[in-house]
Structures are given as structure tokens and as C-alpha cells.
Design a protein around this ligand. Structure first.
Ligand SMILES: O=c1ccn([C@@H]2O[C@H](COP(=O)(O)OP(=O)(O)O[C@H]3O[C@H](CO)[C@H](O)[C@H](O)[C@H]3O)[C@@H](O)[C@H]2O)c(=O)[nH]1
Length: 341
């Protein structure tokens, strides 16, 4: 059945892929709410579909969110400050966009009677060490509080939590490719550092799953595999026929050696859906005794789900994953043409 969807932050790589997917799923209208008119214009030309409408606005500004929200059935909330360094330097800017902006989106969706809101989170929100992760963790808490405080609400708010989306704008894979193509060695922070790797298609599939199955306050997690950054660099060198040589930079400020997609406390109450985990909201009410006095006798056995103990991708498998990415294929053929000429 036809529906109207809103994507906040819709001009990023994730947002764009989501727009196409929602159109395929039968959306009669997909609205993109974002700040940058130039990016919207570029996207309008690229997509060329009248069903996509562009709203210039900012999730920090409730009135601009309200205007885009009228008549919407589904919201995918991807607008965020997501660069680790900028959030470290300007933590209150991260609070304004990632926390208060998310509150605006939820309140606006509730007021407009939206059916489902899916919010984009990150593994950096689990036991966070940087401001980006901390504000995303608070965003998740805000979504869960909405579920607890509004049991009869027609608006279901849930979150999807990811690791690194391969080839997203500004991420390490395009950087390594640029370095290799320029004849330089990839600059690796720490070869043993690990990250969960996912393709855009896999990430979008999780959002679809959340739209179809979420209960209020759920967090959905994809059980992703992980690789070391050293192996990722080696796979790219192999793919581009470059010598397997790296330059070591050292771990950057605000960066973890391994990421965590689900804490052991969450795993203790998570449901396993095969490819996905569903972590339900803790629905204890404001009866503080339940928080303070009544512990869980079962405790929290086991360990966190981290990029160190996840299934480890080896170089040949990473090569195949990279080869399947359209951006990498385009770079590869450009590289081969440049070498041939
Ligand atoms: O020159 C570089 C840059 C990065 N890295 C390493 O490559 C890995 C990935 O780095 P990215 O910059 O691609 O990604 P981050 O893990 O730092 O963070 C990214 O992924 C997150 C999800 O976990 C969020 O989406 C975030 O916004 C986004 O920047 C990290 O281990 C990093 O240390 C290098 O080795 N060399």
C-alpha cells in the first residue's frame, strides 16, 4: 500500500540508498529533510523522480521538522553529527543535533500521528568513549523513554545500531583507495584495530526489518562480521595490485581499539532473529525500588559482542566484499584505464 516517508539527513550515502529503497517499496512520496540545499539539488538531478520532495530545514528547529512531518507514515531519522573529531571539539553541537534534534523528530512524529520512526545509531554508542557515541547513546535512551512513557501511542519509535558502513562518505575505504591510486601506502592507525563491516545494502535491510517488526523502544542490531584495519588495507592493496606496504599512524584521539555492537547486559535480554538481534526496552516504570533494590538474580553472564570476538573476515573474503561494492568497482576500472593509457 502507498505510504509517505520522511528521511532526515537524507542526502548522505545512507539516506540516498534509503530513498531508492522506499520508492521501490511503494512509497507515494519520500521527503528529504536536510540543511544543505546544494546537496539536495545534486540529489534531485541524480534521482530525477517527482515522488521525492526536498525540504530545507534542521532537526534542531522543531518548526522545520513539523512542516516536513505532515501526512507522513514512516520516518527514518539519519540526520546527525557523526564525525568523531568534530563532536569531540564541539560536544554541545553534538548534543543539539544528535540528542535535542532527535527529541524534536520523535515529538513531531508523535504529534503528527506517524506510525513508525526508525532512528540510526552506531556501535560507538555502546560504552561510549567519545562525544559522538555519547550523544547517540542518549538518542537511544530518548527513543526508549518515549516507548516507556507513551504505552498507548500510535507512534512506534525504534533504533537500528550499526558498525561501519563500507565506503560511506569520509570513511577509511575511499581514503585508502585514494592513497593507493596515488602510489602512496595506506595510512593505518593500528593494524590490529578491528571494525564491524557492512555494505549499504545490508544496512538498509535492517531498517526495513525495523519498519516491519519493531515494537516500541526496540534496538535492532545486525550480527555483522569484523576485520582488522591491517587486513582491510592488505585487501585493498591486493585488489589494486599495489605492494602490501602500510604506514602506521597510531590510534587517534577518541578512538577505540575494538567496537561493541551489544553489551553483555543487552545480550542477556536480546532475542535472536538469526541475522539480527532485537534488544527490547527495559519497561520498568519510575518505581525506583525496581532500579535500586531488586537486582536480577540471573546476573549477566557471557561477554559483550565486539569486533574482536565477532566472526573475523580474512583477506580473501574482504577482497570479495570490496569487489561487490559499486564505488570500488568504479575506482578499479578507472585505475585499470589509467594504468593502460
Ligand atoms: O587514515 C586512517 C583513517 C582511519 N583508519 C582506521 O580505519 C577504521 C575505520 O575508520 P573510519 O574513519 O572509516 O571509521 P570510524 O570507525 O572512525 O567511524 C566511522 O564509523 C562509525 C560507525 O562505527 C560512524 O559511522 C562514524 O561516523 C564513522 O566516522 C578505524 O579503525 C580507523 O582507526 C586508519 O587506519 N587510517
Amino acid at each position: 500500500m502507498g505510504f509517505c516517508a520522511l528521511i532526515t539527513g537524507g542526502t548522505g550515502s545512507f539516506g540516498r540508498t534509503m530513498v531508492s529503497r522506499l520508492l521501490d517499496l511503494g512509497a507515494v512520496e519520500v521527503r528529504v529533510l536536510s540543511r544543505d540545499e546544494a546537496k539536495q539539488d545534486a540529489m534531485r538531478r541524480e534521482i530525477g523522480d517527482d515522488r521525492v520532495r526536498y525540504h530545507v530545514g534542521d532537526v534542531r528547529d522543531r518548526a522545520s521538522v513539523d512542516r516536513a512531518m505532515r501526512g507522513v507514515d514512516r520516518v527514518f531519522h539519519a540526520a546527525a553529527l557523526k564525525q568523531v573529531p568534530s563532536c569531540e571539539f564541539f560536544p554541545m553541537e553534538a548534543v543539539r543535533t544528535n540528542v535535542l534534534g532527535s527529541v524534536n523528530v520523535i515529538d513531531s512524529a508523535e504529534a503528527a500521528g506517524v506510525r513508525s520512526v526508525v532512528m540510526l545509531s552506531t556501535d560507538k554508542a555502546v560504552a561510549p568513549v567519545n562525544a559522538m557515541g555519547m550523544t547517540k547513546a542518549l538518542m537511544e535512551k530518548v527513543a526508549q523513554a518515549h516507548a516507556r512513557d507513551n504505552p498507548g501511542s500510535p507512534t512506534t519509535v525504534s533504533c537500528v545500531r550499526y558498525g561501519n558502513v563500507m565506503c560511506s562518505r569520509g570513511s577509511v575505504i575511499p581514503l585508502f583507495i585514494e592513497q593507493i591510486r596515488a602510489g602512496q601506502s595506506p595510512t593505518v592507525t593500528d593494524p590490529a584495530m578491528t571494525r564491524f563491516l557492512m555494505s549499504l545494502g545490508e544496512s538498509v535491510a535492517l531498517v526495513e526489518h525495523a519498519f516491519a517488526h519493531a515494537r516500541p523502544g526496540d534496538v535492532f542490531i545486525r550480527k555483522a562480521a569484523a576485520s582488522t584495519v591491517g587486513d582491510l588495507a592488505a585487501a585493498l592493496c591486493q585488489l589494486f595490485g599495489a605492494p602490501d606496504k602500510i604506514e602506521i599512524l597510531g590510534v587517534r584521539h577518541g578512538e577505540k581499539l575494538h567496537e561493541t555492537l551489544a553489551s553483555r547486559e543487552e545480550l542477556a535480554r536480546a532475542e535472536d532473529f538469526g541475522e539480527y538481534l532485537r534488544v527490547p526496552v527495559d519497561c520498568r516504570d519510575l518505581n525506583y525500588a525496581l532500579y535500586v533494590c531488586d537486582g536480577d538474580p540471573a546476573g549477566h553472564p557471557g561477554s559483550d559482542f565486539t569486533s574482536a570476538n565477532a566472526r573475523r573476515l580474512r583477506v580473501p573474503e574482504i577482497v570479495e566484499m570490496l569487489r561487490a561494492l559499486p564505488q570500488v568497482r568504479a575506482e578499479l576500472s578507472a585505475h585499470e584505464m589509467a594504468l593502460a593509457s
